[in-house]
Design a protein around this ligand. Structure first.
Ligand code: 5AD
Length: 332
C-alpha cells in the first residue's frame, strides 16, 4: 500500500469495512488472545517542554513525585499477584534514576519472572545497552509525528533526528521496539499521518501505540481542538492491516475521548490493554492529559470488568508474556 492509497482510506468516511478487515487480520494472525500490561508510572519529573503534555517542566502547579526503588518493586510484585505477566515502567524524561539504580530496578523486576517494557524517553545508546543487559525486554518511544516541522514545533527542545536515531538504536540493541503517534495535533495533515504509518513499517516496529491528542489546560495547547477518535481508529486499523503480527494497545487516550473507545479499538485491530497499577496517591499527578480513563487494576472489580468486556467480544485474556509475533530475536 502506498501513501496515496493510505490517504484515500483515511479520508473515507465509511470506515466500518476497514475496522472489520483490521479485526479479521488480527484474529487470523494473533487469534483471540488479548494481553494485559501493568503500567507503573514511576515518576512525573520531566526536563522537557513538549507543548501537548501535562507533565512538561513548565507546569509549575503539578506536584512532582518519583517512586523509590522499593516502591517500584513492591508495585511490580503486586502486579504479579494480580496476574500480570508484563510490567511497563514509564516516566517523564529525567535523571531521577541514575544508570546504576535503573539497572538495579530492572534486574529485580526481571527476577520476578515478568516481561519488562521501559518507557523512559530518549536515552543514550550506552544507557539503552545497559538496560538491555540488565534484562529489559521491550522499549516504547513514540515518534509522536514524523512531520519534522511539526515535531520541532511540538518539542521546542527536542531533535527529530535524535528521536529517530533512538528508535534505530533500540532496534539494533534487539529490544522489542514500540513507537507510535498522537493523532490530531494542531496542523497535522492526513498526508503526514500516512507518512507516519509508512515510517512504522520502515522501522519494522514490533508494537504501535496511537492515541488522540487531548488538550491539557495547563499547557500551551489548552485551547486547541482534541483529536478525532474515528481518525485515530482508522490509522490504527490501517496499521494492523499493514503490520499483521505486531502488538497494538487499545490506549487510555481512546477510552478518555469516548466511553467505548477501548472496546472499539479491540474490535478494530488492537490486541493489548494496559491497566494502571501506579499507587493511587501518585496517579492524579501523572496527568499527561486531563481526566485519564484507563483501567484501574488496583480496583479488583474494575479489573474483573475488563476481563468480562474482553470475553464479551469473543476474546480472552492470555496468560502468556505476549511477545510481539513480529519480533525477531537475534542472539547477540
Ligand atoms: N494527549 C494525548 N496523549 C498525550 N501524550 C502526552 N500528552 C498527551 C496529550 N495531551 C502521550 C504521548 C506520549 C505518551 C506517553 O502520552 O504520545 O508518548
Amino acid at each position: 500500500m502506498e501513501q496515496k492509497e493510505i490517504i484515500e482510506i483515511l479520508k473515507n468516511d465509511n470506515a466500518d469495512e476497514l475496522y472489520q478487515k483490521a479485526h479479521k487480520t488480527r484474529v487470523e494472525n494473533l487469534g483471540h488472545n488479548v494481553y494485559l500490561r501493568a503500567l507503573i508510572e514511576c515518576s512525573n519529573v520531566c526536563s522537557r517542554n513538549c507543548l501537548y503534555c501535562g507533565i512538561n517542566r513548565e507546569n509549575k502547579e503539578l506536584k512532582r513525585f518519583s517512586l523509590s526503588k522499593d516502591e517500584i518493586i513492591k508495585t511490580a510484585k503486586l502486579a504479579k499477584e494480580l496476574g500480570f505477566k508484563t510490567i511497563v515502567l514509564q516516566s517523564g524524561e529525567n535523571q531521577v534514576y541514575d544508570l546504576k539504580t535503573m539497572c538495579g530496578i530492572i534486574e529485580e523486576i526481571k527476577s520476578l519472572n515478568l516481561a519488562l517494557t521501559l518507557s523512559l524517553g530518549e536515552k543514550t545508546f550506552e544507557e539503552y545497552k545497559q538496560y538491555k543487559k540488565s534484562g529489559a525486554d521491550r522499549y516504547l518511544l513514540r515518534i509522536e509525528t514524523t512531520d519534522e516541522n511539526l515535531f520541532q514545533k511540538m518539542h521546542p527542545d527536542g531533535n527529530f533526528k535524535n528521536r529517530v536515531e533512538c528508535l534505530y538504536n533500540l532496534k539494533e540493541l534487539n529490544y522489542e521496539t514500540g513507537t507510535g503517534i498522537l493523532v490530531g495535533l494542531p496542523n497535522q495533515s492526513i498526508e503526514s499521518l500516512a507518512k507516519d504509518i509508512l515510517f512504522f513499517r520502515e522501522l519494522d516496529a514490533d508494537m504501535i501505540g496511537l492515541g488522540p491528542f487531548i488538550p491539557h489546560n495547563k499547557t500551551l495547547l489548552k485551547n486547541e481542538k482534541a483529536g478525532d477518535l474515528e481518525l485515530t481508529l482508522k490509522v490504527m486499523a490501517l496499521v494492523r492491516i499493514l503490520m499483521p503480527n505486531i502488538n497494538i494497545p487499545a490506549t487510555t487516550a481512546m477510552e478518555t475521548l469516548s466511553k467505548n473507545g477501548r472496546k472499539k479499538a479491540l474490535i478494530s485491530g488492537a490486541n493489548v490493554v494496559m491497566p494502571n497499577v501506579t499507587p493511587i496517591l501518585n496517579r492524579e499527578n501523572y496527568s499527561i492529559y486531563p481526566d485519564k480513563k484507563g483501567v484501574n487494576a488496583l480496583n479488583k472489580e474494575e479489573l474483573k470488568k475488563l476481563y468480562k468486556e474482553i470475553e464479551e467480544i469473543g476474546d480472552k485474556v492470555s496468560g502468556g508474556f505476549g511477545t510481539s509475533k513480529n519480533f525477531k530475536k537475534i542472539n547477540k
